[in-house]
Ligand binder design. Structure first.
Ligand code: NAP
Ligand code: GDD
Length: 332
């Protein structure tokens, strides 16, 4: 029997790299799209190790360039499409709102059109986000598939528009197109300007004497944090479900940024209050105060459970940054 083929946009990102690894372990043929960077060394650092593990292609393309998407989708004729490519940073979406909208909304539409016209029997995964809820919370304190969505950032608005167009294509054209509504998920591969990576990196650097202080923004927002390795497993399961649908993926726990600092510095028996400073430049014009996802539907329907808890996530990130610093020091 021939292998199933997966096509991933955003291959070079945190999730793209873990998803490619997961699908290769499941014996898929994995194809991905990467963007051209002027610094060529940086464009595929998260996936370069996968070529030895069977990654087929990491071709140049861009969600804003329909010709590249049509070319790649026609070339691969995938069984499964994972649309992970996005301008994914919430605060930066206030600085580059038009690029964020173009990439996350028009880019998704470009890919849906290629899917609908070239391989309509494929299964399509859209990387939707808990940021779409904004500050809406059900009376029990959770967000779930049925919670109202009132985003509070250009990023959240873009993800809500993409979510809607995916549902619209599913209903209009009978496509197997699903939305994974994923709450925050982190890992040692998380971009260093997201808060968990910034804290993990800062705690490790301060402990090694490489840095004196760590400057953050709002310490009192709450997030539902899980591990990216667990969440890419859920993406795959969503496309194996018997019908397309919307699925919340979350840890069901909510912790503050302050809690994350406490745990990360606590790994070294340090008190974060001695090192963490605040600067308004890292605050947002409008803040999403609390996320806590109810993933009961997905856990039951997909038989999905996370392997990592909050402390294991923090430990994995801090220890990995420590190893990275030590390796750099040895190689210097
Ligand atoms: P990430 O690390 O920022 O990766 C985003 C990827 O999208 C990168 O490979 C990036 O390429 C690519 N990209 C950006 N603009 C593009 C464009 N115009 N055309 C093609 N590719 C483009 O994000 P992530 O954490 O892996 O998240 C994956 C997806 O899940 C994103 O859609 C994100 O919005 C969504 N999501 C993430 C979370 C989370 O907590 N991580 C939660 C919910 C939803 P470059 O490296 O070249 O910039
Ligand atoms: N980035 C950042 N940097 N955030 C900070 C900082 C800082 O120095 N200091 C405090 N924070 C706070 C933010 O204000 C926010 O309340 C919280 O930390 C988390 O910020 P991020 O790590 O940037 O993540 P996010 O929640 O805004 O967005 C992530 O999760 C979404 C799902 O809810 C991203 O991965 C999105 O792509 C994803 O959709």
């Amino acid at each position: 029997m021939s292998k199933r083929k997966a096509f991933i946009t955003g291959l070079s990102g945190q999730d793209g790299s873990y998803l490619a690894e997961h699908l290769l372990e499941k014996d898929y043929e994995v194809y991905g799209m990467i963007r051209r960077h002027s610094d060529a060394e940086s464009q595929d650092t998260r996936v370069v190790h996968l070529f030895d593990k069977g990654l087929i292609e990491a071709d140049y393309g861009d969600l804003l360039d329909p010709s590249s998407i049509n070319r790649l989708v026609a070339l691969v004729k995938p069984d499964e499409i994972y649309n992970l490519g996005a301008q994914s940073h919430v605060r930066i979406s206030f600085d580059i709102p038009q690029f964020t909208m173009q990439t996350n909304v028009v880019g998704t539409l470009n890919l849906l059109e290629a899917y609908r016209t070239i391989c309509p029997t494929a299964h399509f995964y859209q990387a939707s986000s808990s940021e779409m809820f904004g500050n809406e919370i059900d009376s029990d304190g959770f967000q779930r598939e049925t919670t109202a969505m009132k985003p509070v950032s250009p990023y959240g608005c873009s993800k809500l528009a993409a979510y809607c167009i995916v549902r619209n294509y599913r209903n209009s054209y009978g496509l197997f197109a699903s939305n994974g509504i994923l709450f925050n998920h982190e890992s040692p591969r998380r971009g260093a300007n997201f808060v968990t990576a910034k804290i993990a990196r800062g705690a490790a650097a301060i402990n090694l004497g490489l840095q004196d202080a760590l400057t953050l923004g709002n310490l009192d927002s709450y997030r539902d944090w899980g591990h990216a390795k667990d969440y890419v497993r859920a993406m795959h399961l969503i496309l194996q479900h018997h019908e397309p649908d919307e699925f919340v993926i979350s840890s069901k726990e909510s912790h503050s940024v302050r809690d994350f600092c406490h745990a990360a510095f606590g790994y070294y028996d340090l008190d974060y209050k001695d090192y963490v400073k605040q600067d308004p430049k890292f605050m947002r014009p409008e803040e999403l105060k609390k996320l806590q996802g109810d993933s009961s539907k997905s856990r039951k329907a997909l038989d999905w459970e996370p392997d990592y808890n909050f402390s294991e996530l923090v430990e994995d990130m801090v220890s990995s940054w420590e190893s990275r610093f030590k390796t750099e020091a040895r190689e210097a």
